[in-house]
Design a protein around this ligand. Structure first.
Ligand SMILES: Nc1ncnc2c1ncn2[C@@H]1O[C@H](COP(=O)(O)OP(=O)(O)OP(=O)(O)O)[C@@H](O)[C@H]1O
Ligand SMILES: [Mg+2]
Length: 253
């Protein structure tokens, strides 16, 4: 059975997509079969994995509105063990189009029914909001990983995210667990990064991954080449820490 993981934080630009791509690629490098679902109309995970968002017959939008099944919309990536369910900017309309549907929050969950045994891990890249798309991701997921940028206001919004997850656990998805918080864009020369780390570890004791993702230019360059960092520069600190993060993650399974 696949473990379905949502990478969520309604704060923008905290490293959700970078984590989805590079955790996914690192698990694939460990010969785990991985599907990355791009559930963000920005389609950054799609293009970052070398798939042109305008080049696919079907996308996550079609899957959500019931236009096609998941299998039909999945495409392969440059990595053997890694597939992608691409996003298209049409997905922005799904929020509105699904508003009337009674089953609007469980569309993705339904679409993944019977699909779970095809992969070891299904990783969902969420948009920066707590709207219908993120709700679908959290309803479909077994677990959440929360990337947290080591900057001012890092903790802003975290309480609301945790409340939302708590609500879902009482209602639509009683199985949902928080696997943990992963600190991203860490700069060891910067006092602020160390302060944020200390604060987060104090407040969320036991729920913060040991592995820290450094601020690293290779991580920000690789998407423009349509590659995960390990295919762009495997020796870079960014690649190495995501590989380490995947090992830490596998060890807790
Ligand atoms: N560890 C890192 N080091 C350097 N740059 C990074 C790192 N992580 C992410 N970035 C860069 O920061 C920006 C935001 O990262 P990313 O797109 O992963 O965040 P996001 O949470 O998915 O954003 P959004 O909320 O818009 O979806 C991107 O330009 C990305 O390349
Ligand atoms: Mg993103």
């Amino acid at each position: 059975m696949a473990r379905i993981i949502s990478i969520a934080n309604q704060k923008g630009g905290v490293g959700k997509t970078t984590t989805a791509i590079n955790l996914g690629a690192s698990l694939a490098a460990a010969e785990k079969t991985v599907l990355i679902i791009d559930l963000d109309p920005q389609a950054n995970a799609t293009s970052g994995l070398g798939v042109d968002p305008d080049d696919n017959e079907y996308s996550s939008y079609d899957v959500l509105i019931g236009e096609c099944d998941t299998k039909t919309a999945v495409v392969t990536s440059e990595l053997d063990f890694l597939d992608v369910l691409p996003a298209h900017r049409d997905l922005a309309g799904a929020e509105v189009e699904l508003v009337q549907a009674e089953d609007r929050a469980v569309r993705l969950k339904r679409a993944l029914d019977g699909f779970e045994n095809k992969y070891d891990f299904i990783i969902i890249d969420c948009p920066p909001s707590l709207g219908m798309l993120t709700l679908n991701a959290l309803c479909a997921a077994d677990a959440v990983i929360v990337p947290l940028q080591c900057e001012y206001y890092a903790l802003e919004g975290l309480t609301r995210l945790l409340e939302t997850i708590g609500m879902l656990r009482n209602d639509l998805n009683s199985n949902l667990v928080i696997d943990g918080i992963v600190l991203t864009m860490y700069d060891k020369r910067n006092n602020l990064s160390r302060q944020v780390e200390k604060e987060v570890r104090e407040n969320f004791d036991g729920h913060v991954f040991k592995t820290i993702i450094p601020r690293n230019v290779k991580l920000s360059e690789s998407p423009s080449f349509g590659k995960p960092a390990i295919l762009y520069d495997v020796r870079s600190p960014g690649s190495q820490q995501y590989l380490k993060f995947a090992q830490e993650y596998l060890a807790i399974q």
